[in-house]
Ligand binder design. Structure first.
Ligand code: SAM
Length: 308
């Protein structure tokens, strides 16, 4: 067997310790530990070992994490760190790590810091020269992407859109031209209106993947055209229950774009009553879609109607 050079051996040991060269003498360490997004089995052997070994577990909700730890027979000491106390708690926890304690940061589900608290504690720990070590695992966005069957070499993780309709539409308008699949998180009580806004703002020809309750009993992944998604959701109230990841394909090529579904609907209604030019202008004013695109579409609709 080939003999390993001394410096090579040293590097391996430092890698095993996890960025050993960064740590200051006697300092503790912060582990950022991913936990399951539903199925309790989705946690790595390394995550369980770390949770069992650390001096303290900082959890978004100590009860939720308490259940997870009990399920795996781990009796760790827990402290709460959530969006309302993260700033004060971060300072306390950094002080503890400075005195040599090891801490594991976990959120309620999935990877901390991803649409979850944690980034502030990580930033404070880094500023204090404390080694931060990720323990990767479950994440709803990546799980959904992996099973979406979407040919998306690039994607943009957005997380939660604004809750208020006007702000949501504005955020979507800013994303409209991007050629990347959009990955969104959404709560069940907003999924219908969110999908309606997606269809109204983006092109109906885009593909959407609605990934619900991943890794859980009622896991479901549905793929369809964006302008068909609202009707699909409405057809069964069960389809609106649970936790959601929505993935929408990126902006289509110019020639495949078509109008947003809402603009198409408004244009058709107006065309039934008004002259073509006026319909296009009014539809543009109502929906915010481009007037010349509406005009082109109105011409095409008129031609198609004439052919019948
Ligand atoms: N940190 C988590 C992660 O790594 O995925 C995300 C936390 S964020 C507060 C919670 C949101 O993630 C939910 O509202 C939902 O949009 C999505 N989510 C979490 N678990 C999910 C699951 N099992 N199936 C589908 N979406 C899920």
């Amino acid at each position: 067997m080939k003999k390993r050079h001394k410096s090579e051996k040293r590097a391996t040991q430092s890698e095993r310790q996890g960025h050993g060269e960064q740590a200051s003498e006697g300092a503790g360490k912060l582990y950022v530990v991913a936990t399951p997004i539903g199925n309790l089995g989705d946690i790595s052997a390394r995550a369980l070992a770390v949770l069992a070994e650390v001096d303290l577990v900082a959890a978004e909700d100590t009860r939720t994490t308490g259940h997870l730890l009990a399920h795996h027979g781990i009796g760790a000491k827990l402290v709460a760190l959530h969006e309302h106390n993260e700033s004060i708690r971060a300072a306390e926890l950094v002080a503890r790590m400075r005195s040599g304690k090891t801490i594991a940061l976990v959120s309620d589900a999935g990877t901390p810091g991803i649409s979850d608290p944690g980034a502030l504690l990580v930033a404070r720990a880094m500023e204090a020269g404390i080694t931060v070590c990720p323990i990767p695992g479950a994440n709803a966005a990546i799980a959904a992407l992996s099973a979406a069957g979407m040919f998306a070499p690039h994607f943009l993780f957005y997380g939660f859109l604004p809750a208020k309709p006007a702000a949501r539409r504005m955020a979507l308008a800013a994303l409209r031209e991007l050629p990347y699949a959009l990955v969104l998180y959404e709560a069940p009580h907003r999924v219908t209106e969110c999908v309606a806004d997606l269809a109204a703002t983006l092109e109906g020809v885009r593909e959407i993947v609605i990934a619900r309750e991943l890794t859980k009993l009622f896991e479901a992944i549905h793929r369809c055209r964006l302008d068909e998604a609202g009707a699909w959701l409405a057809a069964d109230p069960n389809r609106q229950r649970g936790e959601f990841v929505l993935i929408v394909s990126g902006a289509p090529e110019q020639e495949q774009r078509g109008l947003p579904a809402e603009a198409e609907r408004v244009l058709r209604l107006l065309l039934a009553q008004l002259p073509l030019k006026q319909s296009a202008a009014l539809a543009a004013a109502i929906t915010g879609a481009r007037k010349n695109e509406l005009y082109e579409r109105a011409l095409a609709l008129r031609d198609a109607a004439g052919e019948k």
